[in-house]
Design a protein around this ligand. Structure first.
Ligand code: GCO
Ligand code: MN
Ligand code: MN
Length: 405
């Protein structure tokens, strides 16, 4: 069916409330659905798909965007002519399918030149090459319409820590990001950066291991206003941390510029599984927070799935995987809305407000401190009272399991 507004091909509405639409802002990377299933122990199990074909298939599935590394589209070392041809064909595919490129990034990890890192490598020539490649890739991303640029420093780490003082690595990382921020400003590009943390893999230890590390690091940059974070479920979980807490801190700081949704079991390699397929409760709470169903300010940026299909799958399995990510997100959103509408839940969550004490704690003053000291508080009586969180969590489980609506 042709969409009257933009003349693009739009999926027929099926009446299924969980069917993804462009308005949901879902995106996938070329490298995600295009993942051929290669792992450290085995070869590819799926054939390479052309970028234009991926764009068409993603559009059919209901996604609105496709993201890419420079070399997902333009092969490493391609000539200017080759680049032009490839980019032209890709743009035509985007246009034809009504798809956008919300985010782009640089591959600073595949080529052996990056074996000691890119921006943090000891050899200045490697660092210079990483900057050259990033400026080219930023140009490409902007040409394709990207408004966000992700930096995931997969190789920025070490095994033999004596090779480099980690403080030198941080200084080099800062230098590179400051350099690239200036580049973007000078070009007058409308582009923001989003830093993606990961604790390890492929390096033994990666610098700036978590979203929390990144949030502080951003405050040390020359243009912190241009830089936010791109937290990934799998990466925070690998570190044994709560993705929801990390994302909450980023949202509170106004720094959640992008998000990598997937699933992960704790204590494993980076699994990048279909969104919601592990830790369903964590996924529910994440969607609840992103959507603001409890009355908080929602996240309005792209919802990117940085995941891939199981190695057991053929191409059909890849599209089943992609649809699954988006459907699970929408189902969880509906469940979260029901949960937050449930009168019993609202009753349990009702704030234990204290009109006398709270104003005293909002700001220090001699007067407030004096009044606070004089307040009569009975810790034993407070300690005896149960909080009802077992009931609250069970209610959440029942919403999640679909027996309460
Ligand atoms: C990973 C990362 C990557 C990045 C991607 C975009 O662990 O492989 O999550 O998929 O997100 O390189 O920066
Ligand atoms: Mn990952
Ligand atoms: Mn990622």
């Amino acid at each position: 069916m042709k969409n009257a507004k933009n003349g693009k091909h739009e999926k027929q509405k099926s009446g299924d409330p969980f069917e993804p639409t462009r308005a949901d802002r879902f995106s996938f990377g070329l490298w995600t659905v295009g993942n051929p299933g290669r792992d450290p122990f085995g070869e590819a199990v799926r054939a390479r798909m052309e970028p234009a074909y991926i764009v068409r298939k993603l559009a059919e599935c209901g996604a609105h965007g496709v993201n890419l590394h420079d070399n997902d589209l333009v092969p490493f070392g391609a000539s200017a002519g080759e680049r032009g041809r490839i980019v032209g064909a890709f743009k035509a595919a985007l246009e034809d399918c009504g798809m956008v490129v919300p985010m782009a990034t640089t591959n600073l990890f595949s080529h052996p030149v990056f074996k000691d890192g890119a921006f943090t490598a000891n050899d200045p020539k490697v660092r210079a090459f990483a900057l050259q490649k990033s400026m080219d890739a930023i140009d490409l991303g902007v040409e394709l319409g990207a408004k966000l640029y992700v930096f995931w420093g997969g190789r920025e780490g070490s095994e033999a820590d004596a090779c480099r003082d980690p403080r030198a690595a941080l200084a080099r990382m800062r230098e590179a990001l400051d350099f690239l921020c200036e580049y973007v400003r000078e070009q007058r590009y409308e582009l923001c950066f989003a830093l993606e943390a990961k604790p390890n893999e492929p390096r033994g230890d990666i610098y700036l291991a978590t979203t929390g590390h990144m949030l502080h690091f951003i405050t040390t940059l020359a243009h912190p206003e241009m830089v936010g974070v791109n937290p990934e479920v799998a990466h925070e979980t690998m570190a044994g941390l709560s993705m929801v807490h990390g994302v909450a801190q980023a949202m509170e700081a106004g720094k959640l510029f992008h998000i990598d949704l997937n699933a992960q079991k704790i204590g494993r390699y980076d699994q990048d599984l279909r969104f919601g397929s592990e830790d369903l409760k964590g996924a529910f709470l994440l969607v609840r927070m992103l959507e603001g169903t409890s009355g908080t300010v929602p996240y309005t940026g792209p919802l990117h799935f940085d995941a891939h299909a199981y190695r057991s799958e053929d191409e059909q399995g890849v599209w089943d995987f992609a649809r699954g990510c988006m459907r699970t997100y929408k189902i969880l959103k509906a469940r979260a809305q029901e949960f937050d509408r449930d009168p019993e839940v609202r009753g349990l969550l009702r704030e234990q407000a204290d009109a006398e004490l709270e104003p005293l704690m909002q700001r220090y003053s001699k007067k407030n401190a004096k009044a606070l000291r004089a307040a009569s508080i009975d810790p034993d009586a407070i300690a005896r009272k149960g909080l009802g969180y077992e009931k609250l969590d069970q209610l959440m489980m029942e919403h999640l399991l679909g027996v309460r609506s």
